[in-house]
Ligand binder design. Structure first.
Ligand SMILES: C[S@@+](CC[C@H](N)C(=O)[O-])C[C@H]1O[C@@H](n2cnc3c(N)ncnc32)[C@H](O)[C@@H]1O
Length: 270
């Protein structure tokens, strides 16, 4: 089993390195979204609402067309340097020194993004926090959900000033009140809402960074809050950490989305 997962991650690393991201996107978009529910108590949002997920709700069609267009335009702006916090990361399965990435390489894909919009429309969160705004693509999908709800706030944290400016424009093109805080989440707690109903942790995908970020989110999370983690299979340590989290009794439900996104539902009494 250990050998299998090691070679699986090496294989994934090779795919990342040698298959152009445009081709990877096409492959990913042709695979339907699949959910794997690890556990869900009967009174949770996960047990009661997840089975009702449907793709392409008509109320989103105009906003989704706008997001597709913004995403295309943003990708065309080309690659910009990574935030300096990526320099010298240990045991990181991708080159980060003097590296640049474009929006297509780092952003949430269309299918997952549309799931995010539906999720917001179903959960009706008052406060959404995003850690890792990048170029604002996932932010546009979270905001599309809030726009459809007609209520709720969105705060995204992004330390890369160049990426953050682009992200802010994208987010506000969907929801004027959407906020982008320039700086790492950990150092800008005064700018985070005092209560959180939905958090998206999508920054540096190693347990060393994700665990403290999750703990900070939990300090403010309301009972029943959803915590969405991207790239749970980024590396073997990250996958092991996710496997521990989904068994953690603080969460009344845990599920995975196409082996990439993990969702935890905070218990009503934690
Ligand atoms: C994978 S990208 C995010 C993609 C974005 N959520 C999307 O789907 O469109 C990761 C981002 O996290 C940012 N980041 C890294 N460490 C961070 C931290 N401590 N707080 C907030 N953002 C961070 C990086 O600069 C980078 O832009």
């Amino acid at each position: 089993m250990r050998l299998y997962s090691l070679s699986k991650h090496r294989f994934k690393g090779l795919i990342r390195k040698f298959i152009p991201s445009t081709v990877r996107d096409k492959i990913q978009n042709s695979v339907p979204i699949k959910f794997e529910v690890h556990h869900a108590s009967p009174d949770t949002w996960t047990a009661n609402h997840l089975p009702k997920f449907f793709v392409d709700a008509p109320e989103f069609s105009e906003t989704f067309a706008h997001i597709d267009e913004q995403t295309r335009k943003t990708a065309k702006m080309g690659a910009h340097p990574l935030w300096e916090g990526y320099e010298g990361l240990k045991d990181y399965p991708a080159a980060t020194t003097a590296s640049s990435r474009d929006a297509q390489q780092v952003s949430t894909k269309q299918k997952t993004g549309r799931f995010f919009s539906w999720l917001v429309n179903s959960l009706k969160p008052k406060e959404i926090v995003e850690i890792g705004g990048a170029y604002g693509v996932s932010g546009m999908y979270w905001c599309a959900g809030l726009k459809a709800n007609g209520t709720g706030n969105f705060t995204s944290f992004e330390p890369n000033e160049v990426w953050g400016k682009i992200a802010e424009a994208n987010i506000q093109s969907v929801l004027e009140r959407g906020r982008l805080v320039t700086g790492p989440f950990e150092e800008n707690q005064d700018k985070a809402p005092s209560e959180i109903d939905l958090a998206f942790i999508d920054a540096i995908h190693t347990p060393e960074f994700v665990e403290p970020q999750l703990n900070l989110v939990l300090e403010r999370a309301n009972p029943g809050a959803l915590i969405v983690l991207d790239d749970i299979e980024f590396s073997k340590p990250m996958l092991d950490y996710w496997k521990d989290l989904r068994k953690d009794p603080r969460f009344a439900a845990a599920f995975e989305l196409t082996s990439r996104v993990g969702v935890l539902e905070l218990a009503k009494h934690h």
